[in-house]
Write a protein that binds this ligand. Structure first.
Ligand SMILES: [Zn+2]
Length: 385
């Protein structure tokens, strides 16, 4: 299967998440991290927003990182002019494509939309920029109209198109049919990018389904941060593409954890502990049955090796732990597990977990062990009296 490519939109759609503001320094750090991870392209802002935004974009361009940098634009000359002031080598031009948005937002019809985007494309092409065209609200648009748009713009020299599930109405089967039907009408060198939102928790699944149907690019954000419920997360798409679809990406996945922590700290949105791939607890195991299996063979309860994303398995003590875990942790602390104390010690572990409603740290286990041992020794002393 072909390697897919990533267009990261953490600094554009990610920062559009309500209340999220990245500082200029944080933006530069994030793009540095994306380049280090091997991301092909980053959409780094909206130049039409004003000089402050343009100054940050310019400062990122000046870093000279090995990553294509793109700016987001409406299909307007003034937006493209604003992008030209930043030095980016790509512009993304967006146009509404559903009848609902065409009428409500622009009071136009489909033919006027075709003319508007072709005008904008032709203007942008004068400046020797890479140009991609985005179909806003594509998932609610008439699909044959999108194919027609692609063909018109293809004849103008455009090869890259973004299909946006702007309000998140797709599911894996419908997105596959729609992407196939568009690509079926288009020349082979058309590069389709898919941009999915997560309002029903399906952004990753829909993105993967579109890639399987022939889309080449995934538009994602680090940790899935973005408008409303967010976007497809780069980490999930990349790892699932590799392990569930047998595909390839050019990404260095070991960078993911650090990148996720950087973005979540900058966004002021802590990572949920169970966040797939990069959450703090996704390779942490408490259940006695699971730990026992994994101590025998890691493959019993893992779908991929956490080393791939710069993490490792961790066995912790809690209410559902078994003696094998306790013995494993005691050995790590240099203590020989005493089988005859196991019942009492396990009871204490469960009581402690119930009391505190959390995990038990290795040092706390040592205290519980001391407690069990002392109740054992008291009767012995009394016997001697
Ligand atoms: Zn979006």
């Amino acid at each position: 299967m072909k390697p897919i490519k990533f267009c990261d939109t953490t600094l554009r759609d990610g920062e559009q998440a309500a209340g999220v503001v990245f500082s200029p320094e944080e933006k530069r750090e994030i793009v540095r991290g994306l380049a280090k991870a091997g991301v092909e392209q980053a959409e780094i802002g909206i130049p039409a927003m004003g000089e402050e935004e343009r100054a940050v974009i310019r400062s990122i361009v000046e870093m000279g990182l090995p990553i294509q940098l793109s700016a987001w634009n409406r299909a307007l000359k003034e937006d493209i002019d604003a992008s030209l002031l930043t030095g980016v080598n790509w512009v993304h031009l967006t146009i509404p494509t559903s009848d609902l948005q065409i009428k409500a937002k622009l009071h136009m019809n489909r033919q006027e939309i075709v003319s508007m985007i072709r005008r904008a494309v032709s203007y942008a092409q004068k400046f020797n920029l890479g140009v991609s065209v985005g179909f806003e609200d594509a998932s609610r648009a008439y699909t044959p109209f999108l194919a027609e748009l692609v063909l018109s713009l293809y004849s103008d020299g455009i090869r890259r198109f973004r299909y946006a599930d702007t309000v998140s109405v797709l599911q894996p089967v419908t997105v596959r049919e729609k992407i196939r039907s568009i690509l079926g009408e288009c020349p082979e060198d058309v590069e389709l990018e898919v941009h999915c939102h997560n309002d029903f928790g399906m952004a990753t699944a829909n993105t993967l389904s579109a890639l399987e149907a022939g889309a080449l690019w995934a538009s994602t954000t680090v940790t899935g941060i973005g408008e409303r419920a967010g976007n497809a997360s780069m980490e999930e798409v990349a790892l699932a593409w590799k392990h569930l679809y047998g595909g390839r990406t050019g990404l260095d996945t070991i960078q993911f954890k650090e990148l996720a922590e950087l973005v979540s700290a900058a966004a002021g949105r802590p990572l949920p502990p169970a966040k797939p791939i990069v959450g703090t607890m996704v390779f942490t195991h408490e259940s006695g049955i699971h730990v026992d299996g994994m101590l025998k063979n890691r493959e019993t309860y893992q779908s991929f090796d956490p080393v791939e994303v710069g993490a490792e398995h961790r066995f912790v003590l809690g209410k559902h732990s078994g003696w094998k875990t306790v013995a494993h942790i005691l050995r790590q602390k240099g203590v020989r597990p005493e089988r005859e104390l196991s019942d009492e010690l396990m009871r204490e572990v469960r009581l402690e977990a119930d009391r505190n409603k959390r995990l038990i740290e290795p040092d706390e286990l040592m205290k519980l062990l001391d407690g069990v041992r002392s109740t054992r020794t008291v009767p012995d002393l009394q016997d001697e009296e």
